[in-house]
Design a protein around this ligand. Structure first.
Ligand SMILES: NC(=O)c1ccc[n+]([C@@H]2O[C@H](COP(=O)([O-])OP(=O)(O)OC[C@H]3O[C@@H](n4cnc5c(N)ncnc54)[C@H](OP(=O)(O)O)[C@@H]3O)[C@@H](O)[C@H]2O)c1
Length: 398
């Protein structure tokens, strides 16, 4: 194996022709430092050339060389093409989802080649299966496998990381995270969410196997709790338990980092201002979950939301999110907030691209195997995202 420093590229983006991939490519085109060696990859040369032409329009005097950006062939059904891709770059970023359908061969290729890997999955089954299949090999090869580098789960993971730093050290911590957002979905996100909803049994089985295989932190305890619907006295919002991957990611960071204290308990919620919205949200989610179990209904819903499309620039410009954290430790309580613009796409592209730049360029703690964003990049990624306009604030402390 070559050392990853010898490779032709620092960053390769696979899936650059998709909705989120294009936004990520545009972010990199605008923010990559000069000298960064990067390339676009995909299965369709004509569509890659189209993306490159759009990028070149951002660079009219040609100073960034975007018109000559290398284009690489890779198809997630062709293991040889993925092995060649993983061997030619230090960091491989993929937006090719649903990950449970398309993702595993690329994780395998990166773990084998010692290549750092980043994705946008929010699919718990995929992350657990990749832990079971590739964590040990990645530890041995030195690859950092970092899933969930978009809205799932960076604001939650780094928000909890930021919040813990406001608390006294060495004390048990109880924390809740409350998500609010106004935004639209892309076809790719919708397809991935419905695929995950339809695989409840497989998801539970992968989780159980992982729990049996993964070592627990010694001398400390970490719990991600379901929570119950209630009105939050601190934020004033109505809270509904939110069974997304975010709570697991926060708990994995807490298990890996001593700073989260000897006993860390986290619960994760969606927040609404009124009970009526809370009830409507719960009913909508239950209906979608139910429909996902019936193949004919699932296909009918998916045909209305085509892959490759997503919210328009004007819709995205009015989209927003906040994640509030309320945490208690050692008799102190803090309320913090992470906030930004369009969560699913503009901010997700920023988070994914900054994660790639962070892994490629910053002096991060030495880690390998499947690691969270807080563990792999912690302070460096936090600083990058703050500089890029995501807000991490302390709202109240007492
Ligand atoms: N967690 C988050 O916060 C978050 C936010 C946004 C998106 N996502 C996830 O990101 C993923 C992408 O979403 P999206 O809306 O960008 O999807 P999309 O527009 O449908 O894009 C999918 C991309 O995958 C490529 N692709 C599909 N099959 C392939 C194959 N066999 N080999 C190589 N490339 C292949 C497509 O290439 P072609 O152009 O050749 O078809 C396209 O570039 C989804 O899983 C979504 O859930 C997550």
């Amino acid at each position: 194996m070559s050392t990853s420093q010898d490779r032709p590229y620092d960053i390769v983006l696979l899936g650059a022709t998709g909705f989120t991939g294009r936004l990520t490519a545009a972010y990199l085109a605008e923010h990559a430092p000069s000298g960064l060696r990067w390339a676009l990859a995909g299965r369709n040369r004509r569509r890659l050339e189209e993306v490159r032409r759009d990028l070149a329009d951002l660079d009219p005097d040609g100073a960034k060389g975007l018109a000559e950006l290398p284009l690489l062939h890779a198809d997630s059904t062709d293991a040889d093409s993925l092995a060649a891709l993983a061997a030619c770059t230090r960091v491989l970023v993929t937006t090719v989802g649903p990950y449970v359908e398309h993702g595993a061969p690329l994780v395998a290729a990166c773990a084998a080649a010692g290549t750092d890997y980043l994705d946008l999955t929010g699919e718990p089954e995929f992350v657990d299966r990749m832990y079971l299949a590739h964590h040990e090999e990645a530890v041995a090869s030195g690859a950092r496998l970092v899933h969930c580098c978009g809205f799932d789960s960076i604001p939650h993971d780094l928000g909890a990381y930021f919040t813990v730093q406001q608390l006294p050290e060495g004390e048990p911590v109880t924390m809740r995270g409350v998500v609010r957002a106004g935004a639209g979905f892309s076809g790719g996100t919708f397809h991935s969410a419905l695929a995950a909803f339809s695989r409840g049994r497989q998801m539970a089985a992968a989780m159980k196997q992982r729990r049996a295989a993964e070592p627990r932190p010694s001398g400390r305890s970490v719990r991600a709790r379901g929570g119950r619907p209630h009105r939050d006295p601190v934020t004033g919002y109505w809270l509904l338990p939110l069974p997304t991957i975010d709570a697991f990611v926060v708990a994995r960071s807490a298990a890996a980092l001593e700073r989260y204290g000897p006993r860390f308990t986290y619960s994760h919620y969606a927040g609404t201002k009124t009970l009526r919205y809370a009830a409507g949200g719960a009913a909508g989610m239950a209906a979608l979950l139910g429909a996902a179990q019936v193949p004919v209904l699932r296909r009918a819903i998916l045909s209305r939301v085509p892959a490759g499309e997503g919210p328009s620039p004007s819709r995205r410009s009015t989209s927003w999110f906040t994640v509030d954290f309320v945490a208690e430790a050692g008799g102190r309580q803090v309320r913090t907030r992470v906030s930004g613009g369009d969560p699913g796409y503009d901010e997700t592209a920023k988070m994914l691209a900054e994660s790639a730049l962070c892994l490629a360029m910053d002096d991060n703690p030495p880690t390998s195997g499947q690691v969270t964003t807080a563990v792999a990049m912690g302070d460096h990624l936090l600083s990058r995202l703050q500089a890029a306009g995501l807000r991490f604030e302390v709202l109240t402390e007492r």
